[in-house]
Design a protein around this ligand. Structure first.
Ligand code: HEM
Ligand code: HEM
Length: 224
């Protein structure tokens, strides 16, 4: 009779050096992108700074609306250039991740780890069903994240060159809307992800975060 064995758990818990570098660099770059938007739209908010510019200049100088808009533009352009710089680096990391998928040993590739989690879920005995479902859900959120970041990179590159390429200019508005909306999906992912890993680390997967930092499992073999 044919026997089916569960795929090893280790296949979903092995963080190579390349993966760890990618994870933390990617997390820093995405946080950087969110910070540029926080500064642009909330902290600096040049669109509403007109009266403050006027107050700073005093009554002797009267600033027209176009002039105060031009001043605001100078400041926002500085922040946008950071957004584009970080965005291009993020695009480079996205390419690095894609190449890594092709070069990593088969068991470490994301597609393989997702399939392994799916197979474990399907084959898990009732006692392990909840754990297997949790592992599969986590992998599905990662798949969603990889989709979101791909959309962000593609639309971001589109926006970067929208002024130079006529057909990109024609769809700029739609591309911007998609780029904007996907940001909220990424924020939702980050909140769910950080809460999820910290929760798992505290409950039944001690050392999970540490493993994503050092690559080593701090638990003794009999605790794994
Ligand atoms: C912008 C912030 C972040 C992003 C975009 C992000 C993204 C990701 C992604 C895509 C994965 C899946 C990797 C894979 O299996 O292919 C992952 C795994 C992981 N991340 Fe993050 N991460 C972020 C922040 C953090 C933070 C702050 C922590 C620690 C508190 C953390 C801890 C982990 C851990 C422990 C895993 C492995 C979980 C597992 O194997 O299921 N991440 N992260
Ligand atoms: C997680 C990553 C990212 C987030 C959260 C993000 C967020 C945003 C937001 C909210 C806008 C404003 C859209 C609007 O005005 O309606 C924007 C614009 C833009 N983004 Fe991103 N973005 C990200 C990644 C990227 C990437 C990878 C690039 C590629 C270089 C990029 C390039 C741009 C450009 C060129 C603009 C338009 C700037 C302008 O109007 O002058 N972004 N981004």
């Amino acid at each position: 009779m044919e026997t089916t064995t569960l795929p090893p758990v280790a296949a979903t818990h092995d963080y190579s050096l390349a993966m760890r570098i990618w994870h933390w660099a990617n997390a820093a770059l995405i946080s950087g992108q969110l910070l540029t938007i926080l500064f642009l739209k909330v902290i600096v908010d040049t669109k509403s700074a007109g009266p403050e510019f006027q107050k700073a200049l005093g009554p002797s100088v009267v600033l027209s609306q176009p002039q105060s808009r031009a001043l605001g533009h100078v400041i926002s352009e500085r922040i946008w250039s950071w957004h584009i710089g970080i965005g291009l680096t993020l695009a480079g990391f996205w390419l690095f991740w894609t190449v890594m998928q092709a070069l990593d040993p088969a068991g470490r590739r994301f597609g393989a780890r997702l399939r392994a989690a799916l197979q474990r879920y399907r084959l898990a005995p009732p006692a392990e069903h909840a754990d297997a479902r949790h592992a599969l859900l986590a992998k599905l959120t990662y798949a969603a994240f990889y989709l979101f970041v791909t959309i962000m990179v593609v639309t971001g590159l589109g926006l970067t060159w929208a002024d130079d390429v006529p057909w990109l200019h024609g769809i700029e508005h739609t591309v911007k809307e998609v780029h904007n909306f996907t940001m909220y999906l990424i924020i939702a992912y980050i909140v769910a992800h950080v809460v999820g890993v910290v929760w798992a680390d505290n409950r039944d997967d001690h050392g999970l975060v540490s493993r994503m930092i050092s690559g080593e499992d701090p638990r003794k073999p009999d605790e794994v």
